[in-house]
Design a protein. Structure first.
Length: 323
């Protein structure tokens, strides 16, 4: 597209492309959905990342901010950067493609940042309410689920059983309630700000209808605390891995970031001086551990790294060693 063919609405006084307006008008979710299937996740849309191979969705598009971010590969930016990454185009070529695309979204149809913030606050409140409604796992499908993973025995109170909604309608009414394991996410001050729901069937297996795991509230920056805050902690990504590690290292404080992409972003209390990063033994897990190592070492925190000796993750290792 030569300069003379730039739509007049996207020309500055000097005849250059009005990049700010272009990014404001083009929908990041519409562009991303041309490449990967997206579904609603709170105030964002999520799907499989088109920039690397993965089987669990870690790619998020934020319409309010006009940005994308992948918790798996760490790539992110605005809609122009997305087109550059996906299409191998230059900055100028990406702008030209966007001006000729059908992925425009009038500002009045987009989530304003204030509205997105308000929705996030509502979801944090919902997470707190749902966690308080939870009960101890003894005699429930959560106990059966964990026993099937080799994780029978005592479980901290931050993991509970409840019947929780998968979603809420726009008018605030709940969707159907289903049985789930709920894991509390605490912020740096120890307050519950989110939950991860693992939906289960009546036999204590992961639900096959819909997504088995869904988060609610604020997850990034928090952690599932399977032990008290101490100067030395072990940090892993999943609930089951965390419980397996508490059995392998009796007496250790283990926290779970609830996602590879969150491993580098847990806000640690000031008195934490040493972290052992416990990652999955695959490419995504090793990449997540390396990013986390760099992040915590930059804060002056001593870091050690641990991967399972057998199996893909620590829960699998625990099962293999105690079969």
């Amino acid at each position: 597209m030569p300069k003379s063919s730039i739509p007049s609405c996207y020309k500055t006084e000097t005849g250059q492309i009005d990049v700010a307006r272009l990014k404001r008008d083009v929908s990041i979710t519409k562009v991303a959905s041309l490449i990967t299937k997206l579904v609603r996740s709170g105030t964002e849309m999520k799907g499989l990342c088109p920039l690397h191979e993965e089987h669990t969705p870690s790619f998020f598009a934020n319409e309010a901010k006009g940005t994308f971010y992948c918790h798996g590969c760490g790539r992110g930016g605005d809609v122009i950067a997305f087109v550059q990454e996906v299409g191998g185009r230059s900055f100028l070529e990406s702008c030209e493609w966007l001006m000729g695309s059908s992925s425009f979204c009038p500002p009045e149809q987009r989530y304003p940042v204030a509205q997105a913030t308000a929705i996030r606050q509502v979801n944090v409140h919902r997470a707190k309410v749902e966690f308080r409604r939870g009960v101890a796992i003894e005699g429930t499908v959560v106990e059966a689920y964990l026993a099937n993973r080799g994780l029978d025995g005592q479980v901290p109170g931050c993991i509970r059983h409840s019947w929780v909604p998968r979603f809420w309608h726009d008018d605030g009414s709940e969707g159907p309630r289903e049985p789930a394991m709920i894991a509390a996410v605490q912020d740096v001050d120890g307050s519950v700000v989110g939950i991860q729901r693992t939906f289960l069937d009546k036999e204590g297996r992961k639900a096959r209808r819909g997504s088995a795991r869904l988060s609610l509230g604020q997850i990034r920056g928090g952690a599932l605390r399977l032990g008290p805050a101490r100067p030395e902690i072990m940090l892993t990504q999943g609930v089951e891995d965390g419980l397996a590690l508490t059995r392998m290292f009796v007496g250790a404080t283990v926290w779970a970031a609830l996602g590879d992409g969150n491993l580098a972003h847990v806000a640690l209390p000031r008195h934490v001086r040493s972290v052992t990063l416990c990652g999955d033994a695959d490419d995504a897990g090793r990449t997540a551990v390396q990013r986390a190592r760099e992040a915590y070492e930059a804060l002056g925190i001593a870091v050690r790294v641990l991967f399972p000796r057998a199996g893909k993750d620590f829960n699998e290792e625990w099962l293999l060693l105690h079969a």
